[in-house]
Design a protein around this ligand. Structure first.
Ligand SMILES: Nc1ncnc2c1ncn2[C@@H]1O[C@H](COP(=O)(O)OS(=O)(=O)O)[C@@H](OP(=O)(O)O)[C@H]1O
Length: 413
């Protein structure tokens, strides 16, 4: 038997065959030949390019688990300048769990919203100064041209109210129109009745700086709409039932939006007692006691006051009666005023007494009956926007929706 050393020596001889050795020698000879032919610079260049290429590939893959595409994406996100939102993780090279195009658009819109209309949780916001945006304001020029074009599409028409008058049915019916894009994030964004909207706008009201108006529009659109879902050339719509009775919304629409935009307003009104009862049922469903759950003593909707519609409307009815009596005194000339029925005075009395009630009881009235006093508000809106406001009667819409929708289509062109 051969020894182990003899076997290893034989194996070593067989692996370093004469053919391989010959090839290696020939290659070395060729390179040496090239060098000797004064092409050494070419070889050097090829080696440097190869090393550079390997370095780039390694660096990109270690920064981004998703490969080169995610690397590009993280740079794109960084341009928004946000360090608090998901963008921070994008900067670290991590992809958001939901990284669809739609989701990215939504997050971008949220970032925009936070910078232009910061919430109390954003301590950097001290109120804007004329001609001076907050230092950390988002640079809206970083939006893509498509997003800019889409974002300035402030709603072409608004459903301004009234709560429990069929606004949802109206909104979703109009959404089915082929010329309307329903890209709303929510049906009721309440954007124009938010106090922060007035604060922002009032600082700029006198400056008439078009870029500020542009930013306002951007932020409004970004709040209402999923920017990626908007389509060029289509109308957009927003529905917030608080606008009808909100002075803030009225002021913004009349001082700002109507001057810069062909906006149309829709309001749908319902017989006030049915509206009141629908409103009461809505509140009880959301805030009232639930079966198999203990009653909360701190929740007024769990107490006796809201146990029935009659008891829930007792205080509001008392206010209406009180103000009506005041008016009858006017009518009998027992007060210095000579007018017969003075609705404005009646409405002022109701508003003032409801405000007094809120201060004394530290709680606002739910408005089951008071929200049905349409006349005072309607007069204000119609007085300012006679050609822009289209009024729909709930019963007509309920019984012949097609005809009413056609009238809306005509009124909004
Ligand atoms: N198609 C159609 N036409 C007319 N009315 C309809 C329609 N669909 C629903 N409803 C009734 O509308 C009431 C809800 O109104 P809103 O959608 O404005 O409510 S909300 O303010 O958005 O919560 C609510 O009234 P009540 O049932 O009396 O509560 C709905 O029944």
């Amino acid at each position: 038997m051969r020894s182990v050393q003899q076997a290893n020596a034989a194996a070593a001889r067989s692996t370093s065959s004469p053919t391989t050795a010959g090839t290696t020698t020939a290659t070395v000879g060729t390179i040496a030949g090239l060098a000797s032919a004064q092409r050494r610079w070419l070889v050097g260049l090829v080696v440097v390019a190869a090393v550079f290429f390997i370095f780039i590939v390694t660096a990109t893959s270690s920064r981004s688990p998703g490969g080169g595409q995610a690397g590009v994406q993280s740079r794109r996100w960084r341009t928004l300048g946000d360090g608090k939102l998901d963008i921070a993780s994008q900067q670290r090279g991590q992809q958001h769990p939901d990284d669809s195009r739609r989701s990215r658009g939504r997050r971008r819109g949220d970032a925009l919203q936070q910078y232009l209309f910061p919430t109390p949780s954003n301590p950097d916001f001290m109120g804007p100064k004329p001609n001076h945006l907050p230092a950390n304001a988002v640079n809206t020029s970083m939006l893509t041209p498509f997003e800019r074009q889409m974002a300035v599409q402030v709603p072409h028409f608004l459903i301004i109210g009234v709560q429990k008058c069929g606004t949802s049915a109206l909104y979703f019916s109009l959404c089915q129109h082929p010329n309307i894009t329903c890209a709303a994030k929510v049906k009721e964004p309440f954007f124009l009745s938010m106090p922060s909207s007035t604060r922002y706008l009032s600082a700029y009201a006198s400056t008439a700086v078009s870029s500020i108006r542009h930013q306002y529009h951007l932020s409004y659109a970004a709040t209402c709409f999923d920017l990626n879902a908007l389509r060029p050339g289509q109308m957009t719509m927003e529905a917030s039932t608080t606008y009808f009775e909100s002075d803030t919304a009225f002021d913004i629409i009349s001082s700002h939006l109507v001057n810069s935009h062909e906006i149309k307003l829709l309001v749908i009104l319902r017989e006030p007692v049915s509206r009141a009862y629908s409103h009461y049922q809505h509140d009880m469903r959301r805030k009232g006691p639930k079966p198999n759950q203990p009653r909360d003593p701190n929740n007024p909707f769990h107490g006796d006051k809201y146990a029935s519609f009659i008891s829930a409307t007792k205080d509001e009815l008392a206010i209406l009666r009180h103000c009506r009596e005041v008016d009858e005194l006017y009518a009998r000339n027992e007060l210095p005023h000579k007018e017969a029925f003075d609705y404005e005075a009646f409405y002022r009395c109701v508003t003032a007494t409801a405000e007094q009630y809120r201060r004394v009881n530290k709680q606002a009235l739910p408005g089951y009956l008071l929200k049905g006093l349409y006349y005072g508000r309607l007069r204000k809106w119609l007085g300012s926007f006679p050609s822009r406001l289209h009024v729909i009667v709930y019963d007509s819409f309920r019984f012949d929706p097609v005809q009413e929708l056609n009238k809306v289509a005509l009124s909004t062109n």
